[in-house]
Design a binder for this molecule. Structure first.
Ligand SMILES: [Zn+2]
Length: 374
């Protein structure tokens, strides 16, 4: 995405711009129509603004968000809270309301994504899918203390033990909490669909649902780029049924070891790849000398014989763009305060992720609307 040169804006101005955008204005109006009787009646613009400010300033708790806004007149002006800064209790009540009206929040996110796509038509053509750990705001140890009694009640009953893989700065291993699963556009680096699930749930269960959400939001993905863990028959075939080419490394299953994934061969040697027919969903392979009759065959696509063969440069190039999803998890966690979690329970963690990502997408959209300088 080409980023225009823009004048630096203050975060308060950015927040005001976000709240004035038609996408967020519609959310405010729709929430207003649900007749919220929030005592002591802060305007919904201020409440939505508090929620967005929390992510924009990467603040983990409502308490600290309230404290920040109390100290900054510019933020208060952006929120339009002349009647006083909303209390943290008002924020809790507002969060509860949003959980009830999560469909309105979803629709708002869809509007923001549609506006982004209108500016970047290639958005969503290639998506990378992965999951990432969200450690719970709770202790999952089985014993209250070393050698002590067994824990009877867990403070976050929805959290479970899961496994995370190693990254450069940290060993892999078990953790207690949740996992966010996301489909990220590799062109813009922005998330298009996501879900939070308990940590023990297998990543592969959510890939096709994520792809369906991406499509429902108006994108038309051509490839789905995933790591080896997603290389199984149902995901491969599910992608193909949706006219999407899965791009994954080959998982070493029994059939692979038996040589079923190898190129066809004949007495003249190994056959060479001669192109893909996306309509026919098959790849063409040719005898190296052309002496065989017939000299070429079509191979129906499946996990062992993908439409974009794994040895091709195109496959390698697409796969190398998978890093987009990991980088986006990193930014959401560290720059937008997706972590540390300071809420418990699946519904609350989901709302936290939804608000965090909406704030990020909203800011990305606002930046495309800012008038370039000079
Ligand atoms: Zn031959």
């Amino acid at each position: 995405m080409d980023v225009p040169k823009v004048a630096p804006r203050s975060a308060a101005a950015e927040l005001a711009g976000l709240l004035d955008s038609p996408e967020i204005q519609t959310l405010i109006r729709e929430l207003d129509e649900t007749r919220w009787t929030g005592r002591p009646g802060y305007p919904l613009r201020a409440m939505v603004g508090m929620a967005l400010a929390k992510s924009m300033y990467a603040i983990p708790t409502w308490t600290r968000t309230v404290r920040l806004v109390r100290e900054h007149a510019a933020l208060q002006a952006a929120l339009g809270c002349d009647g006083g800064v909303p209390s943290e209790w008002a924020c809790y009540r507002f969060a509860a309301k949003l959980r009830v009206h999560s469909a309105l929040l979803d629709a708002c996110t869809a509007r923001v994504l549609a506006a982004l796509k209108a500016r970047t038509p290639a958005m969503g053509e290639h998506v990378a899918i992965d999951g990432s750990d969200l450690p719970a705001y709770a202790n999952g140890q089985r014993y209250v203390s070393k050698g002590g009694a067994e824990r009877e009640r867990f403070s976050d009953p929805d959290a479970t033990w899961g496994h995370r893989s190693a990254v450069s700065t940290r060993k892999g291993g078990g953790y207690y909490g949740y996992k966010v699963h996301a489909a990220v556009c590799v062109v813009t680096g922005l998330p298009l669909a996501w879900t939070v699930e308990t940590a023990s749930a297998a990543e592969t269960n959510f890939a096709l649902d994520l792809i369906d959400s991406v499509r429902e939001r108006g994108f038309d993905p051509r490839t789905a780029i995933m790591d080896k863990g997603y290389d199984n028959g149902p995901i491969h075939n599910g992608c193909m049924d949706r006219d999407i080419c899965p791009v994954t490394p080959l998982r070493q299953t029994g059939r692979v070891k038996a040589g079923d994934a190898n190129a066809p061969t004949c007495e003249h040697g190994e056959w060479t790849f001669a192109g893909t027919d996306y309509k026919r969903k098959a790849t063409k392979w040719r005898c190296p000398t052309g002496e065989c009759k017939p000299a070429s065959v079509w191979v129906k696509a499946d996990r062992l014989h993908p439409l974009i063969p794994r040895h091709t440069k195109r496959s390698r190039d697409l796969y190398s763009s998978r890093g987009a999803v990991e980088r986006e998890f990193g930014r959401l966690k560290h720059e937008w305060a997706l972590l540390p979690l300071r809420v418990r329970g699946l519904d609350r963690v989901r709302l936290h992720a939804d608000l965090t990502i909406l704030a990020k997408l909203g800011c990305a959209l606002a930046r495309t609307r800012t008038v370039p300088v000079g």
